[in-house]
Design a protein around this ligand. Structure first.
Ligand code: S3P
Length: 443
């Protein structure tokens, strides 16, 4: 991990075509589903970020054969179930990894201890422990539902669980546990969240019945189902594509195309919002790969205007508010992001850190308990001030967002702990430099 900080400076326009790294959500799932299945799963385009590598190690620890065949090309041979691991499962920084794996493991008669880095050990786990305990799993550990936690799995029973918060991780943990619960599982989802688990269950041969009753999703996984290994092609991550695309929108003269971006409508709230702000975003070459729509997205420098982002859009762009806040900082007028309380329990308190970082860059911000207002600094031919050293608390998206901020600001912006960027986007610096960005180690 790099210990020196990184600094971004204003330079010329950004130009070029790049490929988005593999989607993090789908990469975790491909490995976990492959390990739960019977037989061989081949994955292409896997994100080789630190978070996903932790899930690969965890799947090997639970008894699957996991092998890297080439760049992004992995093979998982599943044994149709998990065996007891001989050591602690360390999921690093990955909330998705640990929550989904706890769900998947809960169905088996085994004991396993889970931990993670300081950020993950501070994040709430009761959101998955509560439904899994209701199904019959036993979790022992620190009070307040924090890692490290020891699971004693097996003997699970069907649950009908209404999600108390919009969380695809919780939905997925319950469905994965349901695979090995008597009678399966029913998840009731008042607000739709990313549906990669439902799609992938079908891809691995399972039946999932989804019904919308009075606007509320009912996801029913019948019990007694077996997964069969398959081939997964991981699409490009819209949450990562967001960084070069927003960088192009706010850097004069830029035109950047990111190829192969996942266009699942439960993931594209950022692009909808940027278009409402007046962004010149063009989506071409739309096609379907492994059951998901993907396309190439071109962003050209645009005169952006502030908007109100409705709270109901939050689940479709929950990881993108930090970079949206940067776009908003370069827009005319205020952008009000509402209903984003979940941002406070991500890898860091992202509302607080974006507010602090942008304020240090001279941007007007107002923090709300569940919202953020950013007052854009755009004036004709006059960039935002910048000129801050930003504390990221080890949060990859806080780091990348502020670096993009620095690319279009008058004065350089530095971030600490840039090594954490490798959790989700190991090639970020190289890609941005390749597009023409002035990004390098802090002197
Ligand atoms: C994810 C769901 C989201 C998101 C995370 C990935 C997933 O978390 O923030 O980066 O892969 O299911 P929540 O489910 O907690 O909202």
């Amino acid at each position: 991990m790099t210990s020196a900080g990184l600094t971004a400076r204003r330079g010329g326009p950004l130009r070029g075509r790049v490929r988005a790294p593999g989607d993090k959500s789908i990469s975790h799932r491909a490995l976990i589903f492959g390990a739960l299945a019977n037989g061989v799963t081949e994955v292409e385009g896997l994100l080789e970020g630190e978070d996903v590598k932790r899930s690969a190690q965890a799947m090997a620890a639970f008894g699957a054969e996991v092998e890297r065949l080439g760049e992004g090309h992995w093979r998982v041979v599943g044994k149709g179930g998990f065996a007891e691991p001989s050591d602690v499962i360390d999921c690093g920084n990955a909330g998705t990894g640990v929550r989904l794996i706890m769900g998947a493991a809960a169905g088996f008669d085994l004991a396993a201890t889970f931990t993670g880095d300081a950020s993950l050990r501070g994040r709430p786990m009761n959101r998955v422990l509560n439904p899994l305990r209701e199904m019959g799993a036993v979790f022992l550990g620190r009070s307040g539902g924090r890692l490290p936690l020891t699971l004693q799995g097996g003997g699970l029973k069907r649950i009908a669980y209404r999600l108390p918060m919009a969380s695809a991780q919780v939905k997925s943990a319950v469905l994965l546990a349901g695979l090995h619960a008597e009678g399966g599982a029913l998840v009731i989802e008042p607000e739709a969240t990313r549906d990669h688990t439902e799609r992938m269950l079908r891809g691995f041969g399972a039946t999932v019945n989804v019904e919308i009753i009075d606007g509320v999703g009912h996801i029913d996984l019948p019990g007694g189902q077996v997964l069969t290994g398959t081939h997964v092609r991981v699409p490009g991550d819209p949450s990562s594509a967001a960084f070069p695309l927003v960088a192009a929108l706010i850097t004069p003269g830029s035109e950047v195309t990111v190829e192969g971006v996942l266009l699942n409508p439960l993931r594209t709230g950022l692009f909808t919002t940027l278009k409402e702000m007046g962004a010149d975003l063009e989506i071409t070459n739309i096609r379907v790969e492994s059951g998901e729509e993907v396309g190439d997205i071109t962003a050209r420098y645009s005169d952006l205007a502030g908007v109100e982002v409705p709270p109901e859009r939050a689940p479709s762009m929950i990881d993108e508010y930090p970079i949206l806040a940067v776009a908003a900082a370069h827009a005319r007028g205020a952008t009000h992001m509402r209903g984003i309380g979940e941002m406070r329990v991500k890898e860091s308190d992202r509302i607080a850190l974006m507010a602090a970082g942008l304020a240090a860059c001279g941007i007007g911000v107002e923090e709300e308990p569940e919202g953020l207002i950013v007052v854009g600094a755009a004036k004709a031919n006059h960039p935002a001030r910048g000129g801050a050293r930003v504390v990221t608390k080890g949060d990859h998206r806080i780091a990348m967002s502020h670096l993009v901020m620095g690319l279009a600001s008058d004065q350089p912006v530095s971030v600490d702990e840039p090594g954490m960027i490798a959790t989700s986007f190991p090639g970020f610096v190289q890609m941005m430099v390749g597009l023409g960005a002035d990004l390098g180690e802090t002197a």
